[in-house]
Design a protein around this ligand. Structure first.
Ligand SMILES: *Cc1c(COP(=O)(O)O)cnc(C)c1O
Length: 374
């Protein structure tokens, strides 16, 4: 797989610091909410952007035994780090991927009769029993078997000697809003699904389902975003932040009142200003919409405890910050400003761009100098 290696710290325009101790703490916090269930970890999309290998290794050492990825290739990467773990592949059985999944002992999450038949055939051809999970759709209308189809065919699937139904699962559409009645409806549907496969462990809850604290945990939970310090339930404070992002100041300039800053002259200086130019931009995953214009303010960067507003449009590789209120000389070429820290969370940055913390995390670029701590 083509994979651009991150630059060394001293050559990078911006540095991403990943706190693996915080990741592990968050996993333990989530596990303690549902003590009777096993707590897995969802590490799809390069562990939500923080790096799948270090994330899986840290969680494995903390005692996590089950991981969920989206794609076969992610499963192979997780497998290299966690040889004994159970690894489920959420996007299921791609036509051509069966042999690869079997070879790496990856367990596909199957969501149609066609996939189940194909996986059964792969197992039969190998003369061994192969594990799978079954995804039953309970109202999200995204992936999974319909309940009617599951009812009609469960008996037949259970009789297949080559098929080991190791998990039955479903996914909540509205768990970030615990008061939505869809949550209870989905639990009812899932209860019906679990009755069809009485011997299979069951899994329903994502981060929000766990943190809302109202829904049954079943046998296995599947947290993702909460592990990485993102907000799971609307309005509920996230767990510990995991990603910290600092960008290098490469120039400080004076801008006269009325002068425009950046592409399109979208923002004009409202006073004589000092502006710091950071070596980071939307190519690094700082969303272009988190910049500012005369019509709307943007996100902030922090230096020495204090927040300074981003000013003007964000460029591909550069971002301007209004540092007029900083003590003269305190911020200079070579200073570092934070875009993510303990209180500038992925969700605060996301809100300025009209998106969610998930997208900020998974959009973190490949050009950062990366440092893993904890
Ligand atoms: C991504 C995903 C999760 C994790 O969801 P979070 O909201 O990040 O906790 C769990 N289950 C499925 C099926 C998923 O696709």
């Amino acid at each position: 797989m083509p994979h651009t290696p991150p630059p060394p710290l001293d050559l990078a325009g911006a540095r991403l610091t990943i706190d693996l101790a915080a990741l592990v703490d968050n996993w333990r916090t989530l596990a303690a909410i549902t003590p009777a269930a096993e707590t897995a970890a969802v590490v799809k999309a390069d562990a939500y952007g923080i790096g799948i290998e270090p994330a899986v290794a840290a969680l494995r050492d903390a005692g996590c035994e089950t991981f969920f990825v989206a794609l076969p290739q992610e499963g192979i990467r997780a497998r290299a780090v966690a040889p004994k773990a159970r690894i489920f592949v959420l996007n299921g059985l791609f036509d051509e991927a069966g042999a690869t999944l079997a070879a790496h002992n990856l367990v596909p999450v199957l969501g149609s009769g066609e996939e189940i038949d194909q996986w059964s055939e792969i197992a039969r051809a190998r003369g061994r029993k192969l594990a799978c999970a079954l995804h039953v759709d309970t109202g999200m209308n995204r992936l999974g078997l319909g309940l009617d189809e599951a009812r009609a065919r469960a008996g037949e699937w259970l009789e297949r000697p080559q098929l080991d139904i190791a998990l039955v699962m479903s996914h909540l559409a509205c768990a970030d809003q615990p008061d939505r009645r869809e949550n209870a409806d989905q639990v009812d549907g899932f209860d019906a699904a679990t009755l069809l496969f009485p011997d299979a462990p069951a899994s329903l809850l994502n981060s929000a389902g766990i943190r809302a604290g109202r829904l049954p945990a079943y046998d296995l939970t599947r947290p993702g975003i909460a592990l990485y310090g993102g907000e799971a339930v609307d309005g509920q404070a996230p767990l510990k932040p995991v990603a910290r992002l600092d960008a290098r100041v490469i120039q400080v300039r004076r801008v006269a009142k009325g002068d425009a800053i950046g592409y399109g002259g979208a923002e004009t200086a409202k006073r004589d200003s000092r502006v710091a130019i950071l070596s980071i931009g939307y190519a690094d995953g700082v969303h272009r919409l988190s910049g500012s214009s005369d019509a709307a303010p943007g996100a902030h960067a922090r230096f020495d405890g204090r927040l300074y507003p981003l000013i003007g449009r964000i460029s591909m590789d550069l971002t301007a910050v209004d540092i007029t209120d900083a003590p003269e000389g305190s911020i200079s070429r070579g200073s570092w400003l934070s875009l993510l820290d303990d209180t500038l969370t992925v969700d605060t940055l996301a809100r300025h761009a009209g998106t969610i913390g998930y997208e900020v995390l998974t959009g973190l670029g490949r050009r950062y100098g990366r440092r893993y701590v904890g």
